[in-house]
Design a protein around this ligand. Sequence first.
Ligand code: COA
Length: 381
Amino acid sequence: MNEQHAPPGLEGLVVADTEVGGVRGQEGFFHYRDYSAVELAEKRRFEHVWHLFHHGELPTEAQAAAFAHQLVERRTLPAELQAALSTVATLGKGAHPMDALRSALSLAAQTLGTRPWLDQDAAAVREQALTLCAWMPALVAGLRRARRGEPLPPPRDDLSFSAHYLYLLSGQEPSAEHERALERYWTVTLDHGFNASTFTSRVVTSTGADLGGAMVAALGALSGPLHGGAPGLVIDMLREIGTPERAAQWTRDALAHGERIMGFGHRVYRTGDPRAQLLREVARSLGGPIAELALAVEPTVLEVLQAHRPSRPLNTNVEFYAGVVLHQLGLASEILSSTFAISRSIGWAAHVAEQMAHNRLIRPRAAYVGKPPPTQVPDAA
Ligand code: COA
């Protein structure tokens, strides 16, 4: 077999076939199945798009109602899992909410009884995935509340998936505008090609491991600042910048210190991130000081980045306006990554199902580049 070296970070390599969706970096376009993801966000409710992920097709009105009902039935955590959240939420001084979510997701999978899928019926695993994803808002909101010693408000069955999450966090029924803004954000962040967390979910699934293992590992990948850890950091950055007049100097200083500017740059998009375009409009329509600051700061940051790296197109990515929109919805910056995980977990579930259907163990090789072996092992003193 020829030794073939993959590029660092596997950049540009196609490593699998998928029918879940795709990203066309040069065109600034991405899709779920054969539909434009942005058009889905504009025209469909979140539950409709989730149906597309779970069943492979958009629902009829009757199917949408039945699916939404199924999700409502699964939105409440079992009492023992809810009770465990208060322990998880307070473990580890200064632990990030994503750390707590990783632990809680593992407990949730254990509560559901996920097993190595090779021993299970695929339909049963898909059902478990649906429940695990439906539990995610209560896990995130439950951890947030438990950290402050507050219980979750009683679940409601008359709210959509998005409205219910905002309700669990604040105890108040959100406005239709906020509900819709969250739906649009969640719709465009369900899936995005072979990003690191999705790839991780497929690697773990390829070993025959359980759904819980795949989801927890994917969440670990998502937590990094180069992937899903960025939206909260965007808000911290905007707070540091403070006013549009300070943006140019702040960005130049950050670059001079070798820092990356959160919410800019992308591995695949070269002409612009369509998710950023949609969320910019959502942020603009919600309005308020943080949106005004972001809209004023963005062109300056882009100008400085362009001057700093003329050869590399560095555009605004999804996380810049994701951070802004979620902040506008009243979410604390520490839980923005966990909020991202709620929608992306549905994408992982679709990839887990696809990997199970066409499995082959993912097991590449590495080229050893250290000192040539074998060095004689010295005798112990
Ligand atoms: N700020 C400053 N410089 C950046 C940058 C950013 N946001 N994004 C990329 N660059 C620079 C890199 O330093 C690198 O310079 P070098 O060639 O001198 O080392 C060059 O652009 C290419 O970057 P590279 O890391 O190869 O790009 P990538 O395709 O691997 O990275 C990201 C993509 C998203 C990881 C990267 O753009 C980034 O770190 N962005 C900030 C974090 C973020 O917004 N994450 C959310 C992603 S949706």
